[in-house]
Design a protein around this ligand. Sequence first.
Ligand SMILES: Nc1ncnc2c1ncn2[C@@H]1O[C@H](COP(=O)(O)OP(=O)(O)O)[C@@H](O)[C@H]1O
Ligand SMILES: N[C@@H](CCOP(=O)(O)O)C(=O)O
Length: 349
Amino acid sequence: MASPPSKFKVTVPATSANIGPGFDVLGIAFSLYLTLDCERLPTGATPNFQMTYEGEGAKDVPLIAEKNLITKTALYVLSTYGIQSLPPLKIHVSNPIPLGRGLGSSGSAVVAGVLLANAAGQLNMTQDRMLDYCLMVERHPDNVAPALLGGFVASFLRELESEEMEPASIPRSEPTRNGAALPPTPVTDIGHYIQLGWAQEIKAVAVIPDFEVATEDARAVLPDVYERADVIYNLQRVAVLTTALSRSPVNTDLVFRAMSDKVHQPYRKHLIPGMAEMLEQITPKTYPGVVGICLSGAGPTILVLATQNFDKIAEAVQEIFERQPNGGIKSMYKVLDVVTQGAKTEYSD
Ligand SMILES: Nc1ncnc2c1ncn2[C@@H]1O[C@H](COP(=O)(O)OP(=O)(O)O)[C@@H](O)[C@H]1O
Ligand SMILES: N[C@@H](CCOP(=O)(O)O)C(=O)O
């Protein structure tokens, strides 16, 4: 392998998937960034891999290259290029994205791993090829597409031919994290996407409760089959929402109604105490500035889109969490911008 650059930095935004009715389709990138500061070690250095980590997950995330989701993804990508190990490297991870809260931490980690492999192995992958790799590890595109590309993104996976099915049926970061074999080299052009407009006055208020819901568990509660009326309900709203969120001034009534969902939120509400109450009570009428409210990704974070009164709105959601039985639920909140810049690698030599 050619020597990697001596220093580089990978930056990947956090994301919120679904935005109500856009289950497995829509996602936004936020002004909250996972970063990897990477430095080449001299050939023959011992140890030849050093990983340090600060921020969310610092107590739990493994720092062994084959086990950490970021480096494991990078090793997978490199292996498909015939490169069996990372070059001698020191990586410092800084992660402000809470894990298992519906802010796409795993998607951002997977994107970071693909960019790490691209830089360390000097693979010169196109953005679309990087998306193929991301999708082989994390099968739903609604986190990895905005994390990689930035902004408000709609995406889908193309239907795969039967001979391509095997590689595509293996992935998903959930089983991969649990020790299953890594997927083989991806076929090309798996992910298709479009970056949508976003009215800049709309900010995202993420209210993050003090408990985790693993995405895998929140997917397990969903039905295999849906009523036609519920599918139509979501299709109608998602079509309107994609454009409504780009228009300035915002048509609050239209966006609020269009963010309603019948495909995933109703089945997940028992996993997030207080969610049903929040969706009913936090409205543009009760809290001026509210544009829409939904579960962020698979939860448990509640995402409120708003144009003003951000703290007041966040506190209202927090109050409902606090009122829940058995002592209530503590939470924190972040007021975030939707950012058009996606993942990037900066070289300092
Ligand atoms: N920065 C990271 N480094 C290593 N592993 C990570 C990182 N971020 C997330 N993960 C892995 O992803 C899991 C959370 O993924 P998931 O359940 O999909 O929730 P989320 O909604 O945060 O993406 C964590 O338990 C951990 O295994
Ligand atoms: N569409 C997926 C999105 C999962 O997002 P995450 O941030 O919770 O991992 C789903 O809703 O299951």
